[in-house]
Write a protein that binds this ligand. Structure first.
Ligand SMILES: [Zn+2]
Length: 447
């Protein structure tokens, strides 16, 4: 009898295996190249940049090779030991190119390996035809950069070379000059309030006195509505650079009490962090009420911070969980693939219908992380919740380099999915379109 049951189980298992095998898509030779070609030619929405205004850039002292080192390469130079006082000579004083290179070279030799530097070199080679950064190339490279920016370089690189159809800038710094450039607005003035001076500044700016907490909340609504008139595509919150992403629901009476302490204090009063947090938390809830009312998505900086010397625990995306519950009608996107909190991000996006992933910046932090987690996210969460490209750069050259690497990483991950028989070739084409364009278009309401 026992033998009989074993035989039945064996036959059943064989049949199940056969039926599963028959579902595995048949691989058609050449799929690797076809996926690569497809991903390389797809139009893209770039969901996050800090690109400097190209007109204003011409007025600075860094329209030379040092422009390309902002911000990621510069951070590498600093963490390799370059004194922070170098910043002034490199970016705020008219310093000759050769002298800039002398400051940078010892630390470049220590940090040339990082992916952000490789991305920059890739762009230097493709866009300017120069193979390396050295004493013998920085002058020629700087001359080529100056010449490039005398024309429509911004447009040419982003639109023509990268095939980027929309860019969302952090801040409205190019105005209406480019119709494909949208912007996300920060409300840091309200979210990080801790001095009376700041309240007075807003009152002066808006030509409207602020006496009460209600006046203060109103001043944020005025700024919000002004942003809407100027085409604000999203609210950006980067407060993790200054404090924890944990926001408690603070009663209005408590917030009002703290506000009164501030408004009745001396001009130089700075609130202790604990008290300031109560007021700031209250303002975050008020801001989210506005995003709910006007149906504006919210982008949170999560994970790794630029500039070094930060507290990474402050930017753990799991700290935002209560906000996702409180505001189910607001769509939240968590930036930078929450590096290094990729697993937490998987869990949040899987559990909340209003939480999305944005991989901007991750490629120039670590392509290995980007590939590992894109692979995981594509297994664990709906593909419609992943936005796979944003450069998070100051200049278009580095956006170009980032996009080259991003397309490589995406192709590699999708090719492995096909190779493993997990998805068909047709399915990965659909996924690629979704994560590079369609999802961001829907999220930011772009045509
Ligand atoms: Zn950014």
């Amino acid at each position: 009898m026992r033998l009989h049951i074993s035989l039945i189980l064996f036959l059943t298992a064989s049949l199940v295996c056969q039926s599963q095998e028959s579902k595995i898509p048949v691989l058609t030779p050449g799929y690797e190249q076809r996926i690569r070609d497809y991903v390389d030619t797809l139009k893209v929405i770039d969901t996050h940049e800090h690109l400097l205004n190209p007109t204003l850039l011409k007025l600075t002292t860094f329209l030379d090779f040092s422009l390309l080192l902002q911000q990621n390469s510069y951070d590498g130079l600093i963490t390799s030991g370059m004194p922070v006082t170098s910043l002034r000579k490199l970016y705020f004083e008219p310093t000759p190119v050769s002298e800039k290179w002398k400051i940078i070279e010892p630390y470049w030799n220590k940090s040339f390996n990082t992916i952000s530097n490789r991305i920059m070199l890739l762009a230097v080679k493709d866009l300017y035809g120069i193979d390396e950064l050295s004493a013998s190339t920085v002058e020629a490279l700087s001359a080529k950069i100056k010449k490039a920016y005398s024309g429509e370089w911004y447009n040419y690189v982003l639109h023509d070379l990268c095939n980027i159809r929309y860019v969302i800038l952090d801040g409205d710094n190019v105005g209406a000059k480019y119709d494909y450039v949208k912007y996300a607005k920060r409300f840091s003035t309200w979210l990080s309030l801790n001095t009376k001076f700041r309240i007075d500044s807003i009152a002066v700016m808006q030509v409207e006195p602020i006496y009460t907490l209600e006046d203060y909340v109103k001043s944020m609504s005025v700024a919000f509505e002004d942003g809407l008139k100027k085409g604000m595509a999203a609210v950006k919150v980067n407060i993790a650079y200054k404090r924890s992403l944990s926001f408690e629901k603070v009663p209005v009476e408590t917030a009002r009490k703290v506000f009164r302490t501030l408004i009745n204090g001396n001009e130089d009063l700075v609130l202790p962090a604990k008290e300031a947090k109560q007021l700031q938390d209250y303002m975050m809830f008020q801001l989210l009420e506005l995003t709910k009312k006007y149906k504006v998505p919210v982008a949170f900086h999560t994970g790794i911070q630029a500039g070094g010397n930060n507290f990474i625990g402050n930017s753990d995306p799991a700290l935002l969980t209560n906000l996702f519950y409180e505001f189910p009608d607001v769509n939240f996107v968590l930036f930078h693939g929450s590096y290094p909190f990729g697993g937490e991000l998987t869990t949040l996006v899987r559990n909340f219908s209003n939480v999305f992933i944005d991989m901007n910046w991750t490629y120039s932090i670590s392509p290995a992380y980007s590939a590992r987690y894109l692979d995981e996210w594509l297994d664990a969460v709906p593909a419609s919740k992943i936005m796979a490209f944003g450069g998070d750069q100051r200049c278009v050259e580095n956006t170009y380099g980032n996009l080259v690497i991003a397309r490589q990483v995406i192709s590699k991950v999708l090719t492995e999915k096909v190779k493993s028989g997990y998805w068909s070739e047709k399915e990965v084409f659909t996924i690629a379109r979704m994560i590079l364009y369609d999802n961001a278009a829907k999220f930011y309401n772009l045509p």
